[in-house]
Write a protein that binds this ligand. Sequence first.
Ligand code: PAF
Length: 288
Amino acid sequence: MIIIRTAAELEAYTGRELQNGHSIGFVPTMGALHAGHLSLVEKAVQGNDVTVVSVFVNPTQFNNPTDLATYPRDEEADIRLLAQAGVDVIFMPTVEEIYPGGLEGRERHEYALGTAAEVMEGKFRPGHFQGVAEVVARLFALVRPTRAYFGEKDFQQIAVIRNMVESEGIKVDIIACPIKRADDGLALSSRNALLSPEQRAVAPEIRKALVDSLEYARNHSVQATHDTVVERIDAVPGLETEYFEIVDARTLLPITEWDEAPEVVGCITVYCGKVRLIDNILYKTINK
Ligand code: PAF
């Protein structure tokens, strides 16, 4: 395994691999790796000739400076975990390598991300998805992956990245991978490291409320299902729902009737103290 820190070196490496006819699996991350990331890495290692993992906390996708400043980082542990996972390259760039000209002087481009980027995270974190699109497009240009792997915890992010790839004409297979959870159901997230023991103890109530709502939804309306989830979570001391939306899984636009869409997902963001936790649940799916 090698660690690459410059864009030029990474481009040269992936250029050689592509010339040799090798497929490249890519897992973009912001580090503080956990079993969720490692499940994506495992898929990339199994499904490709070489695997590249990037570790880069991307400032342009944070709309809240405190969130960026407190985002967990542990470079040493990340390197150890990725070496064990059989990765070929870890890309650990500086901000200047990703954004030549620096954050202020960089070239800007408005990505066409569709309406999927305007709701939920898009509404509550203005600029977030433009920042995600910007960094993912830059990383894709350097890595030129055959396949790129993303976790379904960030369900909306996957839809937005698919839109970005389509509008930019980037050739890559976007592979969505199931959420990894702790034994008590909490979706694994780098941000979980920021929870106090008391907060960690109540955080699984988010998943419990979502799972119980599956049964409730069978004979209640979309609105009633929405309300029961929010009321239950907000009744837990220390938890406060920012939004819960029941949406068409393809467009991410809200629905009002269960039969409005073939696939329906509930996406939630909850503050546990100052820590922002996200999760989702599938209410309706079509067998593929
Ligand atoms: O999901 C993440 O960790 C980030 O949004 C990503 C895709 C690595 C871009 O910075």
